[in-house]
Design a protein around this ligand. Structure first.
Ligand SMILES: [Zn+2]
Length: 302
């Protein structure tokens, strides 16, 4: 049974943008409790959603998204090469897949809104070798794209204590902010303006909730912040003008476990921010929509 959450439910009549979800996404047929992709899109728009941004992580999801968004007006996408893609693509296919992605990125700039998700995930890469591989590939992405003048969407996940690489116990990547620190140094190395960078599903460490907005970064609050105390604590300190809202669906349900989230639940991000900042949900809805329009340059699409 889900725990009771003592935070007000999202109000009706809110307007919102989901700046990061995965629709469509390959999902196991067995036990699939989700409405169809089409239905999720319609329900989002019929209940206050004004624009939806989906995200590819590799060439396969890019293809799914291209087919899905054809003839749809209120949906755009960010084109990503996720750290998981770096770690899990079989060696024998990697170069071919990578080349294909690079060609797409360079030849179709008007098709996508941003580059991402890209980043570092030290939960999925548990050895130093695998972590270094993610770093190398991420640098290649920045090198290739920094002149395109596109925004970036980052996926950053630090190693938890049980995920330390025991062969290199003292290595920086094992630190609680090892991935965060590394990515900040890469951004500096490639002189990318923080104003062009959004941290998707921002979840800490705590001090970065204050630090990153001060440097000009945008932080995206997931719907699951509604149900996770620690994540709300992190966003509490972040100024509203740095925040946007996302679901990361079908992951990150507001209060249930499992991959069963839908874009409409982005209203729970609004409820979480309103609660932590002690202001009205309507106000949060207005500000986060404005922030998203500005960051992704959506003027004219809404
Ligand atoms: Zn995602």
């Amino acid at each position: 049974m889900p725990k009771k959450i003592n935070i007000p439910e999202p109000e009706v009549n809110l307007k919102f943008i989901d700046v990061h979800c995965h629709l469509p996404f390959p999902r196991p047929k067995k036990n699939d409790r989700l409405p169809s992709d089409e239905q999720q899109y319609q329900e989002f728009l019929n209940n206050g959603g004004i624009y939806l941004i989906t995200s590819s992580i590799d060439n396969h999801t890019l293809e799914l998204i291209q087919n899905f968004i054809k003839r749809k007006e209120k949906i755009g996408f960010t084109c990503g090469w996720a750290p998981q893609t770096v770690t899990y693509t079989p060696k024998s296919q990697y170069d071919i897949e990578w080349k294909k992605w690079v060609e797409y990125i360079q030849d179709n700039q008007e098709e996508y809104l941003a580059i991402g998700e890209i980043g570092l995930d030290f939960h999925h890469a548990k050895t130093l070798e695998k972590r270094e591989q993610q770093v190398t590939e991420l640098k290649k992405i920045f090198q290739l794209t920094k002149e395109l003048n596109k925004p970036y969407v980052l996926h950053v996940r630090n190693a938890a204590e049980h995920e330390f690489d025991r062969d290199h116990p003292k290595h920086l990547y094992n630190k609680r902010d090892g991935a965060t620190k590394e990515i900040l140094s890469i951004i500096k190395e490639f002189t990318v303006n923080p104003k062009r960078i959004m941290w998707h599903c921002f979840s800490g460490p705590d001090e970065y909730g204050i630090l990153l907005p001060k440097q000009g970064y945008t932080l995206s609050v997931p719907s699951s912040a509604y149900g996770i105390n620690k994540w709300r604590r992190v966003i509490k300190q972040s100024p509203l003008n740095a925040l946007v809202t996302e679901t990361d669906s079908y992951y990150q349900h507001p209060y249930l476990r499992g991959p069963i989230n839908v874009p409409l639940n982005v209203k729970y991000s609004i409820a979480a921010i309103a609660y932590t900042h002690n202001i009205s949900q309507l106000e949060v809805s207005k500000i986060t929509v404005e922030n998203a329009i500005k960051f992704f340059n959506l003027e004219g699409k809404i």
